[in-house]
Design a protein around this ligand. Structure first.
Ligand SMILES: NC(=O)c1ccc[n+]([C@@H]2O[C@H](COP(=O)([O-])OP(=O)(O)OC[C@H]3O[C@@H](n4cnc5c(N)ncnc54)[C@H](OP(=O)(O)O)[C@@H]3O)[C@@H](O)[C@H]2O)c1
Length: 223
């Protein structure tokens, strides 16, 4: 499976590249970066040059919203499958991306969190909410995170049907991504804390998404 990474110099893109290049089933053919850097694969400043020069199946994107939108749309229109973990997408983006993906018969998976934030966890939190109906979310990330509140917190808020003003954002050095979900009534509370200690936590979910998008043309947009 041939892959291109948009945002290959970033914390997540670089981590993912170092992981995928050791795996026989993937070949990362190139990356995209605005910087001029030397790597062991070609790095393109723009996606158009990459499309002109490289043959690949799937574009993986860990970059910056809204800049990622043009890259995604260009990729889909050139029949590339997409896995994007970039956060900050708006609800209306989902509709257009789904339309394009169906038109070009490609797989597209967008998720704000490829770790254990999955079906089982969302079922668990909806069960807890039935017992304790008041819910607030605290999300903590590193100081360089551009979007606020986090895509994961917005995703939880949507699942729990609570307003965005119930989300509280913290930006401090040394944090990757933590989410506290506090459920309470007048007498008691339950606090669920999900902490990312290492970017390896995202890898299983990303690999699963690559296979789903590339082999099964799955369209799943969690915004
Ligand atoms: N879904 C998940 O599970 C998951 C996990 C981790 C992170 N994320 C998300 O993934 C995204 C990247 O995270 P990260 O921690 O890797 O961030 P980062 O270290 O800041 O990397 C972002 C990369 O995007 C590229 N980029 C392209 N256009 C840009 C622009 N206009 N401004 C700034 N950078 C631009 C930059 O590469 P050049 O400077 O080389 O162009 C940069 O290296 C964020 O949205 C983050 O929330 C999601």
């Amino acid at each position: 499976m041939k892959i291109v990474i948009n945002g290959i110099t970033g914390k997540m893109g670089a981590f993912l590249y170092n992981y995928l290049k050791e795996k026989n089933e993937y070949e990362v053919v190139s990356g995209i970066s605005r910087q001029t850097i030397e790597m062991d694969i070609p790095i393109y400043h723009d996606f158009t040059s990459c499309l002109e020069n490289e043959t690949f199946d799937t574009l993986i994107d860990f970059s910056v919203y809204p800049n990622c939108l043009d890259v995604l749309k260009q990729g889909i229109s050139n029949n590339k499958n997409i896995v994007s973990g970039t956060t900050g997408y708006k609800k209306y983006d989902a509709q257009h991306i789904t339309y394009l993906a169906k038109k070009h018969r490609v797989g597209v998976i967008i998720s704000p969190n490829f770790s254990m934030v999955n079906k089982e966890l969302t079922e668990l939190i909806t069960q807890i909410q039935k017992l304790l109906t008041n819910v607030e979310i605290i999300e903590e990330h590193g100081i360089h995170k551009k979007d606020k509140p986090s895509g994961t917190a917005k995703f939880f808020a949507k699942i729990l049907n609570i307003d965005k003003d119930k989300i509280h954002s913290v930006r401090l050095p040394g944090i990757i991504a933590n989410h506290h979900l506090i459920f309470a009534d007048c007498n008691q509370s339950i606090e669920l804390i999900h902490k990312i200690n290492n970017r390896q936590a995202f890898i299983n979910g990303i690999e699963h998404a690559i296979i789903e998008a590339t082999n099964y043309k799955t369209i799943e947009i969690l915004i």
